[in-house]
Ligand binder design. Structure first.
Ligand SMILES: [Zn+2]
Length: 305
């Protein structure tokens, strides 16, 4: 490279140089640790039957709060509320861990931490449908704690309670945590600062295929598919071909751009979903790490728009 004395640069070139300086991209997001997410998935499953309203989920919620709060850059707090369910009134608790960014607005990154309630499946682990999403979020929080740079905008990690329904999804059955938070943020004006929502659900399958539902915001899908390709994402990432009702829906309905990173091909014909086959040996730390890395890259991309 040859240095050009400043006075030899034609004046017409200066605005171009100035713009080039302004557009310097910020460093990429930190990488999530595979051993960290795997440890979190194992520890989650060890809490046992973590269905909403159970003594197990209370202990699990305390552990999630304490684990997230070890990352001192994060403000960690809970929103507790009571709602009626087919089993009577139940106490729910959303856990929020927020980190500030270079801008005041934020991205919501979420997963549910309750697991499906079964009376007959005594050994239901919810390793993928529950633990994998929590592990991904805790892995991202730990990675951001160690990162020197602030994220381009704030990130609010939310662990939802009450995603699973008792009988069938409806006004007072299922999606309790996400519907409650969307309503709260609409009332207090925070929804206007939420640039996007990224939901992670069932992202631990060893054979990871992100099946992006139809009911996701188009530009987020385009971004995700591009980033997956560019970053050498280890799994497959493809449109699902139909809508999926999940915790992103209450936010989509209130106008927040949202995307659901979900693998709805868990076992042949999704056969492991909501069965005793949903165990730790069917998931891998590498898949959870890959999905978490992808979500952080998406946050950076949205934040820098
Ligand atoms: Zn489920």
């Amino acid at each position: 490279m040859t240095a050009i004395p400043f006075r030899l640069i034609p004046l017409s070139a200066l605005p171009v140089l100035f713009c080039a300086c302004l557009k310097t991209p910020s460093p990429p997001p930190p990488e999530v640790s595979e051993s960290c997410v795997w440890r979190c998935a194992e520890q989650s499953v060890a809490f046992g039957n973590r269905c909403s309203g159970s003594p197990e989920i209370r202990k699990y919620a305390a552990w999630i709060r304490e684990t997230a709060a070890k990352s001192a850059k994060f403000k960690v707090y809970t929103h507790s509320f009571r709602e009626s369910t087919p089993l009577g009134e139940m106490l729910f608790e959303n856990i929020i861990a927020e980190i500030s960014g270079k801008r005041e607005d934020f991205i919501l990154v979420a997963a549910h931490y309750d697991i499906k309630r079964f009376h007959l499946l005594r050994n239901f682990q919810g390793a993928n449908d529950g633990a994998s999403g929590v592990a991904a979020l805790l892995g991202m929080i730990s990675a951001l704690q160690k990162n020197e740079e602030k994220p381009p905008c704030g990130i609010r990690f939310v662990f939802f309670d009450g995603e699973e329904c008792v009988n069938g999804y409806g006004e007072s059955d299922g999606l309790h945590g996400s519907r409650h938070l969307a309503r709260e943020w609409e009332k207090n004006g925070l929804l206007g600062k939420c640039r996007a929502m990224i939901l992670l659900d069932m992202i631990g399958d060893r054979d990871l295929t992100l099946t992006i539902p139809e009911n996701c915001t188009a530009y987020l899908k385009e971004k995700l598919l591009r980033i997956a390709k560019e970053s050498g994402f280890r799994g497959t990432c493809a449109p699902f071909g139909s809508a999926i009702l999940d915790d992103h829906v209450p936010f989509l309905e209130k106008g927040v751009p949202a995307i659901n990173l979900i693998d709805f091909e868990y076992g042949p014909g999704n056969a492991f979903w909501h069965t005793e086959e949903d165990t730790l040996d069917k998931i891998s730390g590498s898949s959870i790490k890959s999905a978490a890395d992808l979500a952080l890259r998406l946050c950076w991309d949205i934040g820098e728009d």
